[in-house]
Design a protein around this ligand. Structure first.
Ligand code: NAP
Ligand code: SF4
Length: 686
């Protein structure tokens, strides 16, 4: 084993692994992600730069996003596909780029099956998914045989393109997974019925691909380790499939968790770290080939512990490699504390992809935009002031100091973080602390002069004291014009989440935006008159909450309805004036989790209200023109924010070079993603 400063801290993560005739330099895999980069102009070049950066960061193995083996398998028209020699030649720039940094790379072959968002949508049976408007047509036996041949062709083309192997995507509810379970396979021929028949498709696939590519090429099979849908596989069936796939020639068993249509969340921040390791551990006990644990593994200490106790042989991290391309290198250097940790927000990765844009990362806006950012120092170091140490100010100060500017960071309060400090009270959002830790470390490293409890005036910043000022002074809560707004029952969200004020048993929340929903979730998980605390997440509690059967005796690993009602310590009503569906602006991949959680706890959500007044009885509203009183002990105001931008206006008027970012620039639609990106980009331009 190569010795390095990290070896004593992370001996298991850093142990090389022999796979067939290849050797992986460590046990860390970058899991497959559909970034949409390859759908952009000059996309393959951008993809090559993106992946090369991860290989330079010493990841043990990279798995690409899914490539369809034929047009019916496309996830959407125009999606990645590998069916021709010309495409293989083009992909060589990607494999060359990774190999230049001694990396290894496998191409994932993914047939979308009934999830294909296109007219030509095929499945084992004609059973439509609730998440796809296109109904599938049941494949004929000839089409099944042809599809197997298409997988073989795709694997051979991947070898021609220089890949070290392929991953055959058998999980998440795509075609292969659909063949394996009764939920989506009601065939009565050789490809359906008994488990033996339902497993025939993946087993034939793996054995034919192995026969075609020889022993010199890695085959990873990604098995659905728990389906999390009604009518899914039992644990016994999963183990039986795993053993057959091993016998058919797979080198590594990767694990997928949950179908895309599952009503159980699998990767977002409300899921505890390491929540799914049990599913990999079951398989590791059943097969002889190396098994990969995946989902919500974001820190090296956790990854090391999973390997050390023998729950898996490798760990797969996809989003964590967006957040920090040099994750593995920092592990080898024993510098795990310097890793930019994925906070599982999904805001800049999945949510961008779901809105047809390329992925990036909230905590690392360089991700998938590597060609747009300059990594070198600034041509001329300058004296720069950054005012406000929230998300945007921290990013600006960290990046400006990295580029060699002399930076002073002013913060009015006694700590860095701004609005991020409020997030940790919300279940799961204590992950944001990682962001503060990371950026705090970077400003230390960059020698930033951090001045807490300081609110400099335009005069302090002007007069030649600084050559440029970045105003990141954030926002303050909007005070809605409701008679009785100064009633003692009224509490503003920042005072509630920071613990200055508490809420009683019956609560009305004015404003159903991102913060209104977060406040409701916080209140559902804290006792009346209890203050906020950083809420770590408990795996057993998470399993109870969503009715997960970790013994996998039940089909799909579900012990009951994931959306079954739960008790709440409070009666909560969430209100908005708009008549539109509340929560429509929440993240696509996380909003449904919040909505489900509140619905389970009987939180009432009212749209189209008009606020009349607040008094001892509670909140008086008009709903459809009819007066109504929402009886409440506490009325929490979450009515958006107003920019703090006076300083910027004063600096501009005084002729000082000033730049305004984040909430200070634009309070509406403020979010940490925009603030961090603006901070990074302005620091690049200084
Ligand atoms: P927001 O999403 O803009 O919501 C503000 C809410 O206040 C709306 O429901 C709005 O609805 C209401 N409102 C606006 N003006 C009002 C007034 N004068 N009187 C009464 N109600 C008023 O803002 P936010 O909730 O403060 O969140 C701030 C930002 O953080 C948002 O961009 C949000 O996306 C982000 N964030 C996101 C999440 C998440 O996605 N989970 C969580 C936290 C924060 P009506 O005007 O219809 O009443
Ligand atoms: Fe992780 Fe959020 Fe970055 Fe996605 S955007 S990779 S979830 S930190």
């Amino acid at each position: 084993m190569q010795t390095s400063p990290g070896t004593s801290l992370y001996p298991h993560l850093l142990a090389p692994l022999k796979v067939g005739r290849s050797t992986l330099r460590n046990r860390m895999i970058m899991g497959s992600m559909h970034t949409r980069l390859d759908m952009e102009e000059n996309g393959l070049h951008k993809m090559a730069v993106f992946l090369a950066e991860r290989a330079r960061g010493e990841i043990g193995l990279i798995i690409t996003g899914g490539y369809a083996p034929n047009t019916a398998g496309l996830i959407e028209p125009g999606g990645p596909i590998l069916t021709e020699h010309a495409q293989a030649r083009e992909l060589q720039q990607v494999t060359d780029a990774v190999h230049r940094h001694d990396g290894k790379i496998c191409l994932q072959i993914l047939h979308a099956g009934r999830y294909a968002r296109q007219e030509e949508c095929l499945g084992p049976s004609d059973i439509r998914s609730r998440i796809n408007r296109f109904p599938p047509r049941a494949m004929t036996p000839a089409e099944i045989e042809q599809t197997i041949s298409d997988y073989v062709r795709c694997a051979l083309l991947a070898r021609e393109a220089g890949f070290d192997g392929v991953e055959i995507m058998g999980s998440e509810g795509y075609l292969i997974n659909e063949f394996t379970v009764l939920r989506t396979n009601d065939r009565s021929d050789a490809w359906g019925g008994s488990a033996e028949n339902r497993h025939r498709f993946p087993v034939e696939l793996v054995s034919k691909v192995r026969a075609a590519v020889g022993q010199d090429f890695i085959i990873i099979y990604r098995i659905s380790a728990i389906d999390l849908v009604e009518g899914g596989a039992t644990g016994e069936e999963i183990v039986s499939l795993a053993r057959k796939v091993e016998a058919a020639g797979a080198d590594i068993l990767n694990t997928g968790i949950g179908w895309h249509e599952a009503r159980v969340p699998t990767i977002a921040y409300p899921i505890p770290r390491g929540a799914w390791r049990f599913a990999a551990a079951r398989l590791k006990r059943a097969v002889g080939i190396p098994v990969v644990a995946s989902n919500r593994i974001n820190k090296p200490e956790l990854a090391e512990e999973i390997l050390a106790v023998g729950d898996s042989d490798l760990v797969s991290m996809a989003r964590p490699l967006l957040a920090d391309p040099h994750f593995a290198k920092k592990v080898r250097e024993g510098n795990g504390g310097a890793i930019n940790v994925c906070i599982a927000c999904n805001q800049a990765c999945l949510d961008l992809i779901f809105s047809d844009r390329s992925a990036s990362c909230l905590v690392n806006p360089r991700a998938c935009r590597e060609t747009e950012f300059d990594e070198g120092p600034a041509a001329t170091p300058r004296k720069v002031a950054v005012v406000g140490a929230g998300a945007g100010g921290l990013a600006a100060a960290a990046e400006a100091s990295r580029r060699g500017h002399r930076v002073t960071l002013f913060e009015a309060s006694d700590r860095i973080g701004g609005q991020l400090n409020l997030a940790r009270a919300v279940p799961g959002k204590s992950e944001f602390d990682e962001m503060l830790r990371y950026f705090g470390g970077r400003i230390d490293e960059g020698g930033v002069d951090l001045q807490l409890n300081k609110s400099p005036t335009a005069r302090d910043l002007g007069n030649g004291n600084f050559e440029a000022v970045v105003v990141a002074s954030g926002v303050h809560p909007r005070i809605p014009d409701i008679p009785g707004i100064d009633h003692p029952k009224v509490v503003f969200y920042n005072d509630l989440l920071s613990g200055k004020r508490h809420a009683g048993h019956r609560v009305a929340i004015v404003g159903a935006g991102g913060i209104g929903f977060d406040v409701a979730e916080y209140l559902c998980h804290s006792q009346p008159d209890e203050g906020p605390k950083a809420r770590g997440l408990d795996i057993a509690e998470f399993q109870r909450e969503w009715n997960i059967d970790s013994s996998l005796t039940q089909p799909g690993g579900l012990a009951g309805d994931p959306l079954a009602p739960r008790s709440s310590p409070r009666e909560i009503t969430l209100l908005q004036r708009k008549a539109t569906r509340p929560g429509v602006g929440l993240g696509v991949s996380t909003g449904w989790i919040l909505r489900s959680s509140l619905a389970k706890r009987d939180v009432k959500i009212l749209a189209g209200v008009s606020y009349q007044r607040i008094d001892d009885a509670g909140l008086h509203v008009l709903l459809d023109g009819v007066p109504r009183v929402i009886g409440a002990d506490t009325i929490v105001i979450c009515a958006g924010q107003v920019s703090n931008r006076e300083l910027f206006d004063e600096l501009s008027a005084a002729g000082v070079e000033a730049h305004v970012i984040g909430g200070a620039k634009e309070a509406s639609e403020l979010d940490a993603m925009r603030a961090v990106e603006e901070g990074m980009r302005i620091a690049q331009a200084l």
